[in-house]
Design a protein around this ligand. Structure first.
Ligand code: NOJ
Length: 550
């Protein structure tokens, strides 16, 4: 093994002073699909506890757990009916505490997912609001508006739901409608209401008091709404923000709310919050100013695809923007809302992966190429300064399960889009732990069917195989600790078209070949090759591969 770069006593001291979240490798657990210990086919909190040693051995620093709270079952747990308890299907409050406790024993941090934009229509507040009737104060915690047109039979304005259709649902035959930027079972909260603000402070403290290290804040960019309910302009994108003002996305008012939460977190030591904010790149730094979020997800890395120019432009720009406000960049290749990157990267460049799920042509997928590129992109992600967010199963090279039958689909997108968008189930299929166990060791009959091709990707067949994706992740994470976190410097290398490379302060250089021709590597010892240990001697870097050079 190559020795780590020399470290002085001072460097070591400085390392300990650096907040953990600035350079963490965070593993995202989609709990329903992670590990089922009670055999009901749905992953649970005890399953996380059981697999924490696996995550420690993988070498990550923290675990982010998707929502596990009691919910209305409309959106994979993002329709919360009680923020301070656990969905009985997934365990108990003690289990959620045990996750934190056991993770800490193993030296891992824990990030829980909080959902401030909306609640479930089964939340006591919404039940109370419906029962109270028009004009009653209980309705003020939500956005109830009178409809337009005669009898108020048309929605109050033209806002759209992220899951398809209007963002409004009518209350019975009345003139009143309520706002839901997501499913109709997810009414939006009114963040100008003092009780909403106060209750959420309590929710944060509830989990902080139990030792959670941080929060992932769901749709942090949609919490504030236009005060006069302005319509979307003709041609304005309903679901994405540009740099211009939008009536319900990325509004300036939401920053006061973030500051309020930050003050709550600052009552405790060493806690963090990361914003899920799909915003224009020029706006992202606003979310991570020193008195707001600690970090925000950088989804540009995920959408850059296999494009050397875009990657080479994005890395320094995004890094500098984060550093300017004293944050660090984040890198995300996959999550529970996106087509898995092993599949995305195997599609021709002009194919929109989400549309391809339904429309195909499915023969256009080159799965082998996708996996090769996914391995290379992982090396880029782990070599960059800042935090890397790994979605469960990507360390196994899992592909998207694009061929789930319609009868199996659970994502509200499928229903609300009238069957024109397949939705996100294909990246949420339960993990294969053991090739030869029933349900590949996940537990009971999985809530989404696992395809037979998952067998070859099971964790137990990959463990110990130096050529596997799992071992690539393990080795990369081990080397990352020694080569990639000492400082936050990144310097782009001057390389031919199609090849992107950068150097870190430690002397590590990461080079990825996104072109069509082999690239002759500069001098240096190959620490890690994305194609596996058998390739560490080659002088040429083949298209589709990446290396770390010392
Ligand atoms: C973003 C979450 O990641 C997604 O899964 C969810 O459907 C929406 N927010 C609504 O909460």
């Amino acid at each position: 093994m190559t020795p780590a770069p020399a470290t002085t006593q001072n460097d070591v001291a400085a390392r300990d002073d650096v907040a953990w979240w600035r350079r963490a490798a965070v593993y995202q657990v989609y709990v329903r699909s992670f590990r089922d210990t009670d055999g009901d086919g749905v992953g649970d909190m005890a399953g996380i506890v059981e697999k924490l040693p696996y995550l420690r051995d993988l070498g990550v620093d923290a675990v982010w757990v998707n929502p596990f709270y009691p919910n209305g079952g409309r959106d994979g747990g993002y329709d919360v009916s009680d923020h301070c308890d656990v969905d009985p299907r997934l365990g108990t409050l003690e289990d959620a505490e045990r996750v934190i406790e056991r993770a800490h024993e193993l030296g891992l941090r824990v990030i829980y997912d909080v959902v401030p934009n909306h609640v479930s229509w089964e939340h006591p507040w919404f039940i109370e609001a419906l029962a109270a009737g028009p004009g009653e104060p209980a309705r003020d915690r939500f956005h109830f508006r009178e409809g337009s047109g005669p009898d108020g039979a048309e929605p109050p304005n033209n806002w759209r739901s992220f899951f398809g259709g209007p963002a409004w649902t009518r209350v019975g035959e009345s003139r009143w409608w309520y706002l839901h930027l997501f499913d109709e079972g997810q009414p939006d909260l009114n963040w100008e209401h003092p009780e909403v603000l106060e209750r959420f402070d309590d929710v944060l403290r509830f989990w902080l008091d139990r030792g959670v290290d941080g929060f992932r804040v769901d749709v942090a960019h949609s919490i504030a709404k236009h005060p006069e309910w302005k319509d979307l302009e003709p041609g304005q994108d309903a679901l994405e923000v540009g740099a211009e003002e939008h009536p319900y996305l990325d509004r300036d008012e939401l920053h006061d709310i973030a500051r309020r939460w930050r003050r709550v977190l600052d009552e405790y030591d060493d806690r963090m919050m990361v914003a899920e904010a799909y915003v224009h790149r020029t706006r992202r730094p606003l979310y991570v100013r020193p008195d707001e979020y600690h970090q925000a997800f950088n989804f540009e890395f995920l959408s850059v695809g296999w494009d050397a120019d875009a990657l080479g432009e994005m890395i320094p720009t995004v890094t500098a923007a984060a550093h300017e406000v004293d944050s660090t960049p984040t890198w995300v290749l996959s999550n529970h809302d996106q087509v898995r990157h092993t599949t995305r990267l195997g599609l021709p460049p002009d194919v929109n992966a989400k549309e391809w799920l339904l429309d195909g042509p499915h023969e256009a997928l080159d799965a082998k190429l996708g996996l090769r590129r996914a391995r290379a992109m992982a090396l880029v992600m782990f070599a960059l300064p800042g935090s890397a967010y790994v979605y469960q199963g990507e360390e196994l090279g899992l592909p998207e399960v694009w061929d789930l039958p319609p009868s199996a689909l659970r994502d509200p997108t499928w229903r609300r889009s009238g069957g024109t968008e397949k939705g996100r189930d294909g990246c949420r299929v339960p993990l294969p732990w053991e090739a030869d166990a029933p349900n590949f060791g996940f537990g009971g009959e999985p809530w989404l069917p696992q395809p037979p091709r998952f067998r070859g990707r099971a964790a137990d067949v990959q463990a110990g195989d130096p050529a596997s994706v799992l071992e690539l992740y393990r080795v990369a994470l081990e080397l990352r600790d020694r080569w990639c976190i000492e400082d936050e410097q990144v310097d782009l290398l001057d390389l031919p078209n199609g090849v992107v490379g950068f150097a870190r302060g430690s002397g590590l250089r990461c080079i990825i070949n996104m072109g069509d021709e082999p690239f002759t590597l500069p001098d240096g010892e190959v620490l890690l090759h994305s194609a596996g240990p058998a390739h560490t001697d080659g002088a040429d870097l083949a298209p589709g591969d990446a290396v770390w050079l010392a």
